[in-house]
Design a protein around this ligand. Structure first.
Ligand code: PMP
Length: 376
């Protein structure tokens, strides 16, 4: 888009020529509390005045890390009791894949067509789109892709499988929610054969879909949960979360299984802690649900094939690629930032910050709807 950013505040981004844009995609599902939320900024400043990096992750006890890990795990099912902090989504998935291999002693993975898990080699190996993987082959061996929401092929998950990795709602794949019974069937199949279930909630986490995590709405507990994006309130932050039993396999042979210099950076942890505290202090889940109902109410143009998704993780499917491009460009010139998802060119991503005022939401959606009407 080439915008030259000057500053950002709440739902807005301002460019160097002082034009105001509504960030209708939250920096790709990151700025759920808007940009520079005052409580997050305050926590960052306070930590900057205490200390920055002091040591490779895990050597010293750093209060911002332990305090945040306590708060985070208090919100998760009991088994998800141990947190390993990293700096991004793809690193969270890399750690989870390694942990699953180490714990099970197996190396086969099952993933899903159109899934997205990041761009480093392990995460790319389980990302379900050949066009992104092919230039980098060979990647991890023994990765099998199944169709999302299909019961066909679940027997591919077998006694040799280390883990199944999946998103509860495929984000880059075009905002495709998993069906509840199907997700439960995947969970059951993993249990039957002793494979771990890695749930990538990097995009769905932190109230984006109306519940703190999508696992709450689906009623399933993964063996490993991966988090990032909105977690840090605008700071780089990620984590993989699991049980003490599973994490034990990271403690020996070799003793340092997964080293990271900057994992759990104290400033990122302070920001993440303030973000989660704020998210828990108000009804952000209700806000996400309200956003969904307003989006569905306002987007009525005939060329809209479908509005889909859950809470504030939504997509507007348009008739064709050309119309999609025109609408995104026309909205940008009207000061509304929209975008695509990585695996679809007919779906407009709608993921406004959860703090967006209803009036701004209505007016932005009216503009979007109008642009679809004009260009179709
Ligand atoms: N998993 C999912 C579901 C994602 O949406 C993304 C980012 N779009 C990632 C992993 C990778 O995260 P990051 O860009 O922080 O590495």
């Amino acid at each position: 888009m080439g915008l030259e950013v000057e500053r950002a505040e709440g739902p807005y981004i301002y460019t160097s020529n002082d034009k105001q844009y509504v960030d209708f995609i939250s920096g790709i599902a990151v700025s759920s509390l808007g940009h520079r939320h005052p409580k997050v900024v305050k926590a960052i400043k306070k930590q900057v005045d205490r200390h920055l990096h002091v040591m490779v992750y895990g050597e010293f006890i750093q209060e911002p890390q332990s305090a945040y890990a306590d708060l985070l795990t208090s919100q998760l099912p009991d088994q998800l009791e141990r947190v390993y902090f990293v700096n991004s989504g793809t690193e969270a998935n890399e750690g989870a894949l390694k942990l699953a291999k180490k714990h099970t002693g197996r190396h086969k993975f099952v993933a899903f067509n159109h899934g997205y898990h990041g761009d480093t080699q392990g995460s790319l190996s389980v990302t379900g789109r050949d066009v992104y993987r092919d230039p980098y082959l060979p990647l991890l061996p023994d990765v099998h892709f199944l169709d999302f929401n299909s019961h066909d092929g679940l027997s591919t998950i077998d006694e040799e499988t280390a883990a199944v990795i999946m998103e509860p709602i495929q984000g880059e794949g075009g905002i495709i929610p998993a069906q509840k019974e199907w997700l439960q069937a995947v969970r059951n199949r993993c249990d039957e054969v002793g494979a771990l279930l890695i749930l990538d909630e990097i995009q769905t986490g932190f109230f984006r879909t109306g519940s703190l995590f999508a696992l709450h709405r689906y009623g399933i507990t993964p063996d490993i949960l991966c988090l990032a994006k909105a977690m840090g309130g605008g700071m780089p932050m990620g984590a993989f979360v699991s049980s003490s039993k599973i994490f034990e396999s990271f403690m020996f042979d070799p003793p340092l299984n997964h080293v990271t210099t900057f994992g759990g950076h104290p400033v990122s942890c302070a920001a993440a802690h303030a973000t989660l505290k704020e998210l828990l202090s108000d009804d952000y889940g209700k806000r996400a649900k309200k956003i969904e109902s307003i989006v569905r109410e306002e987007l009525t143009a005939e060329a809209i094939v479908e509005v889909r998704g859950v809470g504030a993780m939504l997509g507007m499917e348009l008739r064709d690629k050309e119309l999609t491009q025109k609408v995104v460009e026309a909205c940008l010139s009207e000061g509304i930032i929209l975008g695509w998802t990585l695996h679809s060119n007919t779906l407009v991503r709608l993921a406004p910050p959860l703090i967006i005022e209803e009036e701004l939401l209505h007016s932005s959606l009216q503009t979007i709807n109008q642009k679809v009407e004009i260009h179709s």
